[in-house]
Design a protein around this ligand. Sequence first.
Ligand SMILES: *[C@@H]1O[C@H](CO)[C@@H](O)[C@H](O)[C@H]1NC(C)=O
Ligand SMILES: *[C@@H]1O[C@H](CO)[C@@H](O)[C@H](O)[C@H]1NC(C)=O
Ligand SMILES: *[C@@H]1O[C@H](CO)[C@@H](O)[C@H](O)[C@H]1NC(C)=O
Length: 416
Amino acid sequence: MNPKAPPGRTRPGTPKCCGTPKFCGIPKFWGTPKSWGTPLGAALGVFVTLSFALGLLGGPLRPTRDPKPDRAAPCRPVSHIVFLKTHKTGGSSVVNLLSRYGESRQLRFALPQRYQFRYPEPFRAESVRGFRPGERFDIICHHMRFSPAEVQRVMPNDSFYFSIVRDPGTQGASAFSYFRAAAAAFRCAPSLDAFLAAPRRFFGPGGRGAGLARNPQWFDFGLPAPAAAAEVPALLARLERRFPLVLLAERFDESLVLLRHRLCWPRAAVDVFAHNARGGAAAPTAAQRRRLRAWNALDWALYSHFNRSFWRHVERFGAARLQEEAAELRRRRRRLQERCLRGAGPVPAAAIAEPRLRPFQPPGAEHAVLGFALRPGLPPAERRRCGRMALPELPYTDLLARRQFGNGNGTEWDDF
Ligand SMILES: *[C@@H]1O[C@H](CO)[C@@H](O)[C@H](O)[C@H]1NC(C)=O
Ligand SMILES: *[C@@H]1O[C@H](CO)[C@@H](O)[C@H](O)[C@H]1NC(C)=O
Ligand SMILES: *[C@@H]1O[C@H](CO)[C@@H](O)[C@H](O)[C@H]1NC(C)=O
């Protein structure tokens, strides 16, 4: 659907949801974001992603040079990892690299029974497949609503916690398109503009998928609704002590470099393609972004907080050094895309011959989710490596489950 459709337009058969203003009622604080949020506006000079095309992020490519040896002191690779995957922020690409790293080193994943940990309920240790009290896993990275005490029941206490956030001005547009069926508030709205013109007409805090329709990142982090605006900074400061690194979707490659150094992982471990890009989605307008940020005021506070932290990390790391390594990462990705992929980039599912490589298409979504088709004729070892990089999250989760739960060690997936 055209997001610029006039607000008044309705679709036939649009179900009635959120009927009464009472049902739509939300705490007063939520309705007055301007009183505490950073002024937003078109000041965000670089609008980068709607479709989250990683290749487009960051600066121009520089000529290829040999990578410099790492200056960092020797470190020990981290293998106890909690990644909080947030919605529509680029997290699927992170899950792909974590899956590959864990699989190749035979680490144990705390996996959901299906694909998410009973989302939107808060995470519970019992939702982990094969959970036994006292047992710990190496990596947890599937969608959950975060709950620290419960996560600690399945993860070692020296685990490294990280996550990824995205400007709600673009995250919100992506969520609206993707969760058109899953979130009642979005299903009821005839268009994004109609939704944003009067979100309370469509949204009820008890409605289906409400956590996806308002402040979804705040929700995924498991944060409580603050009683007062003044509480927000303290909540975020506490959250940051738990999550010492939070990646930015808008600076994905720079984020990967920072992550790699924190984890003490080799360069190839953060080679990754942009999973779950949307085909043909238009970037939200400046007005839509402004309204999305106001509607998702808590997410805007959260994003602004971690944006500031991110740039402090960059400063500490060294901006020039970071740019250099991010540029190298992009060069490597481009080479891998040319080497591995038909069309050297994402393609519609219909163009993918191998069923396992076709990404999940959310019912009712406005834009198709793109995937990757392997170039024909790759030698076996390369076909395996490229196939793992191209494998969508759901089949990769199946693969990891088969490895961990006995029926198969994953080698049956080596030939796509
Ligand atoms: C971490 O867990 C180990 C074993 O479960 C325990 O001996 C240790 O005291 C814990 N460390 C902290 C800092 O809680
Ligand atoms: C993020 O931080 C950078 C560096 O301080 C700043 O230039 C940019 O405007 C911030 N972005 C947002 C959306 O606040
Ligand atoms: C995986 O299982 C296959 C048989 O299904 C076996 O031939 C192969 O050696 C196994 N590989 C590993 C790494 O255990």
